[in-house]
Design a protein around this ligand. Structure first.
Ligand code: SAM
Length: 224
C-alpha cells in the first residue's frame, strides 16, 4: 500500500483577519455564503491577500483539485493500493476514500471542500467518502505509521524516480509527500518528519506532474 500525502496544501477557508475585505464579502455574497465559509482563492481575493502572512503559499485550491484528480484516477488507486490524504496549510487533514469520484469541475470541487469544512464529512449519511479533522502532518504520520517517509522537493538529493520507487517498492506502507502549494518550500517541521528528501528534476515542477509521475513509477516498480 502506498500512502500519498499532499501537504501544506493551499486550501483553507478565508481567515478571519481578512473576512471583512470588500473583495471577500462581495464574492461570498455572490455565492450566498458567509465570508468565513468560502475557500481562500487568489483568483478572486488577490487584493485582500496582501494583508496575509505567507501569502505566496496560500489561496490555490486548484493545485489540490488537479493533483487529487491525477492521483485518484490511477490504476494504483483503482486497485485499492493507494491511500490518499490532503493536509492543509491550516492544519486540517482530509482523508479521501479511494472510491471517491471527485467533481471534474473546479467550482463544484470548491463547493464540496467548503461543505466538508462546515459539515466535517461528505456525504452526510451512508458510506463516508471524505472526512476532515484538525491535525498536523506529524499527527497524521503518527496515526498511519508509514514504514518509510519520502518527501519530494527541489531542495532534496537528486535521484531518479525509477530508483526512488524501486527502493520503496518492497516497503509495507511507504508514504510519499508532495507540497500542495505554488511557491516556496516545505516548512522546517515538514522536513524534520521525513526519512529522505528527493529531487527528481533540476527545476520546480507542478505538484500534479510530480504526483502522477511518482505513482506511475511506483506502479512499474511493483509490476502493476
Ligand atoms: C510547485 S512545487 C513548489 C515549488 C517549490 N519552489 C519547489 O521547489 O519545490 C510543488 C511541489 O512539487 C514537488 N516538486 C516540484 N518540483 C520538484 C522536483 N524537481 N523534485 C521533487 N519534487 C518537486 C514538491 O513536493 C513541491 O512542494
Amino acid at each position: 500500500l502506498l500512502i500519498f500525502i499532499l501537504t501544506e496544501s493551499a486550501l483553507e477557508l478565508v481567515p478571519k483577519k481578512i473576512a471583512n475585505h470588500p473583495s471577500i464579502r462581495k464574492h461570498a455574497a455572490r455565492k450566498k455564503k458567509k465570508p468565513g465559509e468560502i475557500l481562500l482563492d487568489r483568483t478572486y481575493h488577490h487584493a485582500a491577500m496582501r494583508r496575509l502572512a505567507g501569502a505566496e503559499k496560500r489561496g490555490r485550491p486548484d493545485i489540490a483539485h488537479i493533483t487529487l484528480l491525477q492521483v485518484l484516477g490511477t490504476p494504483l488507486n483503482m486497485s485499492g493500493m493507494l491511500k490518499t490524504y490532503l493536509h492543509t496549510a491550516a492544519d486540517y487533514v482530509i482523508e479521501i476514500d479511494s472510491r471517491t469520484n471527485l467533481p471534474r469541475n473546479y467550482e463544484r470541487f470548491v463547493g464540496l471542500m467548503e461543505q466538508l469544512h462546515v459539515q466535517h464529512r461528505v456525504p452526510s449519511k451512508g458510506a463516508r467518502l471524505l472526512s476532515i479533522k484538525k491535525a498536523t502532518l506529524s499527527e497524521l504520520l503518527n496515526e498511519v505509521q508509514p514504514s518509510k517517509t519520502l518527501a519530494f522537493s527541489t531542495m532534496g538529493r537528486a535521484k531518479s524516480l525509477q530508483e526512488t520507487c524501486e527502493a520503496i517498492s518492497g516497503e509495507k506502507n511507504p508514504a510519499v509527500i508532495v507540497g500542495g502549494f505554488p511557491h516556496g518550500h516545505f516548512s522546517a517541521d515538514t522536513m524534520a518528519l521525513t526519512d529522505e528528501i528527493v529531487s527528481i528534476h533540476p527545476q520546480a515542477l507542478d505538484a500534479w506532474v510530480v504526483a502522477s509521475r511518482i505513482i506511475y513509477e511506483y506502479e512499474r516498480a511493483i509490476g502493476l
